[in-house]
Design a binder for this molecule. Structure first.
Ligand SMILES: Cc1cc2nc3c(=O)[nH]c(=O)nc-3n(C[C@H](O)[C@H](O)[C@H](O)COP(=O)(O)OP(=O)(O)OC[C@H]3O[C@@H](n4cnc5c(N)ncnc54)[C@H](O)[C@@H]3O)c2cc1C
Length: 193
């Protein structure tokens, strides 16, 4: 990079950084994206499948792969590092939140109707990322179905279990970190985004 006089510098080239850079550049701003990881070729990704040292990002150990893992007391974090950020390692599953997500007291008052506000952006993301039902049926799908059948779990049961697990996880998060509603009850307006 020869000159540093840009209107906007974005740190990180993942989904957030790269989409912001695109939209800002479309509006005529000069934009620089700073990325700590490297640009990967298909061969690098294939090689990492056979050699964990080529996969791992741990610069202190001299490892400059593209998959990082941080382990803390209560949480483990995995992330992609390189041009493209998490898109280098993500599973390409593109789900949209259901109504219940937007109604969660932790964030429902971020906007009058943010489901409605986000709808056109989900549509743009669906179109640009080419969202389609997964046409691939792999051996893992057979294993999962076989296990469910052996356990006598129907598709409907599985959906209910998934919803229950999500509710349990959200309620545990609310207990641990509180909610915006909880902050207000205690006279603290809580953080705004
Ligand atoms: C294994 C895995 C599977 C996933 N599967 C899915 C999925 O199927 N569907 C889905 O929707 N989501 C999935 N995700 C989540 C998704 O990848 C993330 O939500 C998304 O990548 C977050 O985007 P981001 O722009 O916030 O950050 P990231 O994509 O993480 O990008 C951050 C970038 O910033 C760079 N950076 C950080 N600090 C600095 C610094 N100081 N200087 C320079 N560069 C820096 C990093 O190297 C990285 O490239 C998955 C994530 C992982 C790890």
């Amino acid at each position: 990079m020869e000159h540093f006089d840009v209107d906007i510098a974005i740190i990180g080239s993942g989904f957030g950084g790269s989409v912001s850079a695109l939209r800002l550049a479309e509006k005529g701003w000069s934009v620089a994206v700073l990325e700590q990881g490297r640009e990967l070729r298909d061969e690098d990704i294939a090689a990492a499948g056979a050699d964990p040292k080529k996969l791992a990002w741990a610069p202190a150990l001299g490892l400059k792969g593209f998959f990082a893992q941080d382990v803390f007391e209560h949480v483990g974090i995995v992330r992609g590092v390189g041009v493209g950020g998490g898109s280098l390692v993500y599973a390409a599953v593109l789900l949209e939140p259901k109504r219940a997500f937007y109604e969660d007291p932790a964030w429902r008052d971020l906007s009058a109707d943010w489901e409605q506000e986000l709808r056109p952006h989900y549509a743009a993301a669906r179109r640009m990322l080419g969202v389609v039902p997964n046409p691939y049926h792999g051996v893992q799908d057979d294993w999962l179905r076989g296990a469910a059948e052996r356990m006598g779990v129907s598709r409907e049961d599985a959906r209910r279990l998934f919803e229950d697990a999500r509710e349990m996880r959200e309620s545990a998060l609310r207990d641990r970190y509180g909610t915006r509603a909880g902050h207000e009850k205690n006279g603290d307006d809580g953080p705004r985004s």
